[in-house]
Ligand binder design. Structure first.
Ligand code: MCA
Ligand code: AMP
Length: 501
């Protein structure tokens, strides 16, 4: 593994700085971003993001209405140039989730694409329209020397086992170091053209998928909406890398037998990368068989950004997440959470703990939750359980909390869905579990005791209720009605009994 020099220079996007300094130079004409049929070169991105950066520079914290559009990318780049923390909002979030995020993070402004209608939960916020006007005279980029690497760059909301989502405060230092570590592991350069259709309010789609190519001086083509036809088109028209969650690769694996053009396009790619959840070996093998190419996996978390990856120059082994990235310390610990597991035997299971410049700073305004997430000597407890092969490859075998569900690559806390279900008048008691699903990895299952057993609420009614309050990806896909929830002597719901119906 090559050593990584830690670049803590405050300039996150050297290619953008170069385009700004020399607007007629070749660097300014290189493509940066493309969403559907709209695109920006580096020169155009500098011209549109720099005046926006100047306008938000005095804001304490901004929210970004993170639709899958050029505007979102421009807004986040502008915030980073200005050194102002940005909170990306899921535009499909329901009223109670949005209300929580806005009151918790207290932004002073919300940035949204011109013409977008914002929901009532954002009505109290001052709105700034993102107007992509590349003809406007470019303002000077804010001096990069003014930004401390520890300055919060993004606040990304992530679910825990109970209660509403917490804001993970991600400093500039973590973004720069994780992206540079991935560049080393993947031989990722400015010549790469990335294609993806991930949402832009999480680490995967936004930091890796938008800021990653921009930091390298390369380009990204966003599909706006994930479809295998879009993947085939872009990879056959010059894109070199694909990022996706396992559900997307599962859909690719399902489509491949009837789509030779997709197989041909994937075979040309330099790198196919999966992450956010485990990609089942069956899907790995189906894709390898149809294309001759192996998908590689990387493992990360909102709080840690990226921890490990199969390297481009390493052996692409299905079912593993590869080796620790340069600069990342990784250990497995025994049940006590502090004794390190020394074995590299492919068998001894321990909790993954990590330390390094890729880590977040804190959960916003939650010192207790932050303290609980770390050991006394500064290791972050991921809650993921793994073994290590003799050559250091990490294989994730499960996770500590049964109350965390990964569905479609989204992390969802059972507790927040239970709370939402209990707000429905037809629900007396509720418990939520995840069960295996070939497409989503896990599907959300609600077990409810209806208020009126004669007319229990239907699955559609409860799905709509949760989607409207929280977000559509948090909606239950299956609902079971029970007379009572199984409880132990202490009155605690025994979820393991529920999964074995
Ligand atoms: C259906 N829909 C509904 C309802 N039923 N909407 C409201 N109420 C209902 N009752 C709508 C959905 O909103 C959606 O609308 C459509 O029906 C289909 O929804 P669904 O089947 O749920 O999903 P999908 O659209 O097929 O999505 C699959 C997906 C998605 C594309 C794979 O799950 C996805 O984008 N996942 C990515 C998650 C991710 O980025 N995770 C990263 C976090 P419409 O069709 O209009 O959309 S993890 C991370 O960042 C860490 C650091 C890491 O390691 O990466
Ligand atoms: P999130 O908090 O939404 O960022 O999700 C982080 C979690 O996703 C991790 O703690 C892991 O459980 C899971 N995860 C991410 N990448 C992988 C992967 N390649 N394989 C298995 N699990 C993964």
């Amino acid at each position: 593994m090559s050593p990584l020099s830690l670049d803590l220079s405050p300039d996150l996007f050297p290619a953008l700085t170069e385009a700004q300094a020399d607007p007629d130079g070749p660097g300014a004409h290189r493509p940066a971003l493309r969403f559907g049929d709209r695109s920006l070169t580096y020169g155009e991105l500098a011209a549109t993001a720099s005046p926006l950066a100047a306008r938000v520079a005095e804001a304490g914290r901004i929210a970004v209405w993170a639709t899958p559009t050029l505007e979102t990318a421009v807004a986040v780049v502008a915030a980073l140039l200005a050194g102002v923390p940005a909170v990306p909002l899921n535009p499909k979030s329901g009223e109670s989730e949005l209300g929580h995020i806005v009151s918790d993070s207290a932004p002073t402004l919300v940035l949204a694409a011109q013409g977008t209608q914002l929901p009532p939960a954002l009505a109290a916020l001052e709105r700034l329209d993102i107007d992509i006007d590349t003809s406007a005279p470019a303002a000077g980029l804010p001096s990069p020397g003014t930004s401390d690497p520890e300055t919060p760059a993004l606040i990304v909301y992530t679910s825990g086992t109970t209660g509403p989502p917490k804001g993970a405060v991600i400093p500039r230092r973590a973004i720069a170091t994780t992206l540079d570590a991935l560049a080393d592991a993947w031989q990722w350069t400015g010549d790469d053209v990335l294609v993806h259709g991930l949402p832009l309010f999480h680490v995967h789609g936004l930091i890796l998928g938008i800021l990653g190519p921009l930091r390298r001086g390369g380009s990204v083509r966003h599909l706006v909406r994930f479809e295998t036809a879009g993947v085939a088109r872009e990879l056959s028209e010059g894109a070199t890398m694909l990022f996706g969650v396992p559900t997307m690769y599962h859909r690719i694996a399902e489509t491949l037998p009837d789509d030779p053009a997709l197989a041909k396009a994937l075979a040309r790619a330099r790198l196919l990368v999966s992450g956010s959840a485990a990609l089942p070996v069956h899907d790995h093998e189906r894709i390898a068989q149809a294309t001759g190419r192996r998908v590689i996996e990387r493992y990360g978390m909102t709080e840690t950004l990226m921890n490990t990856s199969v390297r481009a120059d390493g052996e692409p082994r299905a079912g593993t997440v590869g080796v620790p990235l340069p600069g990342v310390e990784l250990r497995l610990t025994e049940e006590d959470g502090t004794t390190a597991v020394e074995a590299y035997d492919g068998e001894t299971v321990g909790e993954i703990q990590v330390r390094g410049p890729n880590l977040f700073t804190e959960y916003l305004d939650r010192p207790e939750a932050t303290a609980a997430a770390f050991t006394e000597d500064g290791w972050f407890r991921t809650g993921d359980m793994a073994v290590r092969d003799p050559d250091g490859y990490v294989r994730i075998v499960g996770r500590k909390a049964t109350d965390l569900i990964k569905s479609g690559g989204y992390k969802i806390g059972a507790g927040e869905i239970e709370n939402a279900l209990l707000e429905h008048p037809g629900v007396r008691e509720a418990a939520v579990t995840g069960e295996p699903d070939a497409d989503l990895g896990e599907r959300i299952v609600a077990w409810i005791v209806p208020a009126d057993p004669q007319s229990p609420p239907t699955v559609d009614e409860l799905a709509d209720h949760v989607a409207r309050r929280l977000a559509p990806h948090k909606r239950p896909r299956v609902v079971h009605h029970l007379d009572a929830l199984p409880r132990n002597d202490m009155g605690k719901i025994m979820k393991r009994a529920l999964t074995h119906d």
